[in-house]
Write a protein that binds this ligand. Structure first.
Ligand SMILES: [Zn+2]
Length: 100
């Protein structure tokens, strides 16, 4: 990673850092902390707002992953199946009613 020197966008949070500024006003990154994204992980335990939300990891953490997830998916598949049947049934009924 190339060295960052103000003025420019803060490599950590993307906020504009003006010429002569010693540290980013938004996230506090500075020459000493290295102007790099890794600094945020090493120091404070704050999530990087630019980091994409890791849905898979979140699900793993929240629901324990594996078996439970598969059961959950099966349940929803059945719900959607019955929803589709209900819609088709209603459409068929409507067609039948309009025919008479
Ligand atoms: Zn910053």
């Amino acid at each position: 990673m190339k060295r960052f020197r103000p003025p420019g966008q803060c490599p950590v949070c993307g906020e504009w850092v003006y010429r002569g500024q010693a540290a980013c006003a938004e996230c506090g990154a500075c020459e000493k902390s290295g102007w790099k994204a890794e600094a945020g992980y090493d120091g404070l335990d704050l999530p990087d707002p630019d980091e994409a939300f890791d849905y898979e990891a979140f699900v793993e953490k929240e629901f324990g992953g594996g078996t439970e997830r598969r059961i959950g998916e099966g349940k929803w598949a059945r719900v959607w199946w019955w929803a589709a049947v209900a819609v088709l049934g209603a459409m068929g009924l409507a067609l039948l009613m309009s025919a008479f």
